[in-house]
Design a protein around this ligand. Structure first.
Ligand code: F6R
Length: 636
């Protein structure tokens, strides 16, 4: 997909290519790397690559490994320089970037170990300056970096150049931003364990390379991507300095591009074709921008906001307003499973069959109640046959302290019962916990116990929503059981398990999430597995009559124009949902809020999100509700 300059891209200060998927984008970048390596190999010259860590480049590294193994791409003449390393972590620490690179790339290709440079995170504080200077010298001695890969942090950092980093900065010791540390909290099993400092190439070091590809996937990156591509250069968003580079391309997926003006407000930069979808997007945006209810928008609002041609096409503001009011009104339903014996021509879900078999898919325990606890409760109260399936065990998100508490309970209980209980398991886990320390990988026994802890929380939560525990399925998908964050790989074994579930439930409706998320995240992989399983079930009778409803996922919500079903909750129903969230005791940690990026706990975030949607409906001039959960229909 080439970047064609047009009025739609005129606000963009960095060439940006938007791809259907992360894998498509990775192909383009892998081609550029392959061509350069082959060209240099033929001329017997080295290729110098600048590498990044994190989730973003993992799929690209997998593709390079595949090309090495299957197509003979040789890295024997390649020299690599990594952007950064946590300060204080040795190369064999499970979360060090050196270890990450060994696992994700270096150990799988024919790179010479002496040609792989990663900043030394263990250098003494008084030798840091010298070490950083030596890193810059090594890059220069190699002839400079030919191709630099970058990801972008939500603070706008590249490498670990946090806000405040200027374009002249070189390799140095930096302090990590609190948002960056929070984003790394899961990898380090808690924010407190995330190092406070790192050594990073500077913005100036990056600007000196020959060619740059910045990659980005998922909606989590959409906001910072738009600011970087369209905003002015500023050290509050160091990535904006990439605008100075003569050969820098952003290769991003559609979700990461979704806040660019050409995607979000294309009518503001040029003529567009007014479809039902673009009209809905534009009019709901207009109402929110002007702070007016839909039915109060007047011709001037349209003409002053780049929508005069829509006005001409449709005749009058009155006509557009009334249409959009009706469309939005029809998204609201108190009957997420469909209302029996009612005219369903303007309802999101069909009336028959009734009751329905409703399948709720929750990537990890908690996602279900957090995102659609009120809807689950309603489905059940209306008599639908509700099954909740937890796709993964979620055991990686359980702190060791919870395991400690459980084994103490088991041991004490065993001792109380005068030796009648077998304590071998509890004692084994106790020893293993001590041996592994804070960062060691969990043993199979520890992960098992952590999974059981999450199951028990899921059961109490489901009971709060009125779902009997017999209707809960714990799939424990293998991709999660066999992996760790940022390193998951879904396989056929996952799809088979999902198919078995679908064929046994034969759902009339499925509620799922993961669409548009970072492709290596648990929700995105769970969704990919669902998609593959649905593909396999295409011939099944139940598939002919099954609606798939997407919920957005934790800490985020659909835009008003994306909502196809809005389920209002009364104050009591909403409080019940919050009670359900409370049951997940091990997950009471801090999660970044979508709006403020301030810390907030899960129940406060759920309040913020569901009340926020209700306020939007209210401000559009629809009914005023306490809270709303909402869904988008997956088109078949
Ligand atoms: C990694 C690095 C960082 C990451 C950024 C995005 O070496 O320098 O700038 O690229 O934090 O991280 P992910 O890809 O995990 O979203």
């Amino acid at each position: 997909m080439t970047h064609i300059a047009s009025e739609l891209t005129q606000l963009e200060r960095i060439p940006t290519q938007i791809y259907n998927s992360a894998d498509d984008a990775c192909q383009t970048v892998a081609d550029a790397i392959t061509d350069l390596i082959n060209e240099r190999n033929a001329a017997n010259k080295p290729t110098v690559l600048g590498l990044a860590t994190g989730s973003t480049p993992v799929r690209l590294y997998r593709e390079l490994i595949r090309r090495h193994k299957e197509e003979g791409l040789s890295f024997a003449n390649v020299i690599t320089f990594n952007l950064d390393e946590y300060y204080g972590l040795a190369g064999d620490h499970p979360e060090s970037y050196r270890k990450f690179m060994q696992d994700q790339l270096f150990d799988h290709v024919d790179l010479k170990p002496e040609n792989t440079y990663v900043p030394d995170g263990m250098v003494d504080s008084d030798a840091v300056f010298q070490s950083c200077k030596a890193y810059e010298d090594a890059i220069a001695a190699a002839g400079g970096i030919d191709i630099q890969l970058l990801g972008i942090g939500r603070t706008g950092h590249i490498g670990f150049n946090e806000p405040g980093s200027g374009p002249e900065t070189l390799t140095r010791l930096v302090t990590l931003d609190s948002l960056t540390r929070r984003d790394a909290a899961r990898d380090f099993l808690g924010e407190a364990n995330v190092p406070r400092h790192a050594i990073t190439m500077g913005v100036g070091t990056i600007l000196a390379v020959h060619k740059i590809f910045l990659l980005g996937w998922g909606e989590g990156k959409a906001s910072i991507m738009a600011k970087t591509v369209e905003g002015k250069q500023t050290d509050t968003i160091p990535a904006t300095f990439l605008q100075q580079h003569p050969d820098c391309t952003f290769c991003i997926d559609q979700s990461a591009a979704s806040h660019l003006t050409r995607e979000r407000h294309p009518w503001l930069v040029g003529r567009i074709k007014w479809t039902e979808a673009t009209t809905r997007k534009a009019v709901l945006w207009l109402a929110q921008k002007t702070g007016k209810a839909l039915l109060k928008l007047v011709d001037e609002d349209y003409t002053e906001n780049g929508m005069s041609d829509l006005l001409i096409e449709q005749g009058s503001a009155y006509q557009i307003n009334i249409n959009l009011f009706n469309v939005t009104q029809h998204t609201i339903t108190g009957w997420p499973g469909g209302k029996p014996n009612a005219d369903d021509s303007n309802r999101p879900e069909r009336a028959t069959p009734f009751p329905k078999r409703s399948l709720i898919l929750s990537p990890e325990p908690l996602d279900d109640v957090y995102c659609l606890g009120g809807t689950i409760n309603r489905l059940k109260q209306h008599g639908n046959d509700v099954t909740i399936a937890y796709q993964t065990s979620g055991n990686l998100a359980v702190p060791d302290s919870e395991v400690q508490a459980s084994i103490e309970l088991m041991i004490e209980l065993g001792q109380d019962r005068a030796g009648k209980a077998d304590l071998t398991y509890a004692k084994t886990v106790k020893t293993q916990l001590k041996e592994k320390g804070t960062f060691g990988a969990d043993t199979a026994e520890i992960r098992h116990l952590k999974g059981l802890i999450r199951r028990s929380e899921a059961r109490s939560s489901a009971r709060t929503l009125g779902i009997e525990t017999a209707k809960l399925e714990f799939l424990d998908l293998p991709f999660y059981e066999d992996g760790r964050y940022r390193r998951f790989v879904a396989t056929e074994a996952d799809v088979t398990k999902m198919c078995e579930l679908l064929e046994s439930v034969k759902p009339h409706q499925i509620f799922a999430t993961g669409y548009g998320h970072d492709p290596l995240s648990v929700p995105a992989l769970s969704f990919e597995v669902l998609r593959a399983a649905l593909q396999k079930c295409t011939g099944s009778e139940w598939m002919k009559d099954c609606n798939i409803w997407l919920y957005k996922g934790p800490a985020d919500e659909w835009e008003a124009n994306e909502i196809d079903m809005a389920v209002p909750l009364s104050p009591d129903e909403f409080e019940n949902k919050i009670q359900g969230i409370y049951q997940h005791q091990t997950q009471r940690s801090q999660t970044p809020s979508r709006a403020t990026n301030k810390s907030s706990n899960t129940w406060d975030l759920a309040r913020e999100i569901n009340r926020g949607t209700a306020e939007i409906y209210d401000s559009l001039g629809l009914a005023e509700y306490e809270a709303i959960e909402c869904f988008k229909r997956l088109s078949k």
